[in-house]
Design a protein around this ligand. Structure first.
Ligand SMILES: [Zn+2]
Length: 169
């Protein structure tokens, strides 16, 4: 049935019909029937007459039913699409906001973790660590400096005695 909308001849009625879209359907008694004329290919005309006969309605009633069904369907589809559009937009905004939020975290030292260290504390190493400056392995019993950061989530940083000595030099 919907195939008939794909032929060019019938498209002319659509602009008139679409004016009703989005409004509540009028109550039956308020409706003023209007005549909509359209040219259809002979083959379609035959099909319509056949279908009308089978459904025991007039061709006019059949077409009216088809149009009403079609535009009810279109209204529903359009309604759902608008709804979907809103929620997609809302989700996109949420994602954008949280992405911005992540970027807002102050990080003046981007790329240099040592700049986030607030103090270096002298420590005696018990387990091997790697110097954050020169990458030298600092073993058990050696002196080193431990980076104290205000951010508890920051990675632990260590300096070997040589690099720590350069800080105070
Ligand atoms: Zn070092």
């Amino acid at each position: 049935m919907t195939k008939m909308w794909q032929t060019g001849a019938e498209l002319a009625v659509i602009p008139d019909m679409t004016k009703k879209r989005g409004r509540k359907p009028m109550a039956k008694r308020d409706r003023k029937d209007q005549l909509v004329q359209t040219r259809v290919p002979g083959e379609l005309s035959e099909t319509l007459r056949e279908a009308a006969k089978q459904n025991r309605v007039t061709v006019s009633q059949l077409i009216r039913n088809v149009l009403e069904d079609t535009f009810d369907l279109v209204d529903n589809v359009v309604g759902e699409a608008v709804q979907l559009g809103h929620s997609v937009r809302r989700d996109a905004l949420k994602i954008a906001e949280s992405a911005k939020g992540r970027g807002r975290r102050p990080s003046p030292s981007a790329g240099d973790p040592l700049a986030d260290v607030e103090a270096w504390q002298d420590v005696l190493i018990n387990k091997d660590v790697v110097c954050a400056q020169c990458a030298r392995l600092v073993g058990r019993g050696e002196k080193a400096a431990f980076g104290v950061s205000s951010d508890p989530a920051a990675p632990k940083l260590w300096l070997c005695a040589v690099c720590a000595g350069r800080l105070s030099a």
